[in-house]
Design a protein. Sequence first.
Length: 160
Amino acid sequence: MKQSSGFTLIELMVVLVVMGVMAVVAIPRMTSTTSNSAAEASGRLLTLDLGYARNHAQTTGLTVRMIPVSDEYELGWTLQEFDNAGNAGNVVRSRNRLDDRVNVESAEFSTAAPIGFTRDGVLESAGTLAITTTDCSGNRNRNLQLFVSGQIVTTEVACQ
């Protein structure tokens, strides 16, 4: 009798069914994991640029404002210098759009009223940035509370 090397059709079908079941179980977890990662990265990026704006304002003696694109921080922002008369100067940093799953909201800050650090490192006005992400799990959303003193406090918020 001749020996065959290879797989039978039944063995191949069993392997495909097992792989399909594993994919069905893993895909929802992957979505949650990538959303959690996007939420954390967005919070870190905003905090980094807020710190950079404050330090740049203190170093240069100019006001530095974080201006959102089209009133929405999730679409990106620029850090721009302003002199004591309020005239716009150099753009010192610019960020592109955040992940599509990320939403950043603020009742206090907008294009008309951006986040601004004075030459002393204090904020022109206090407020909060709420960072929410679709399909996240756990406490991955963030609230960035900005105090007039220039202090930034990050609070973890439960995902919806």
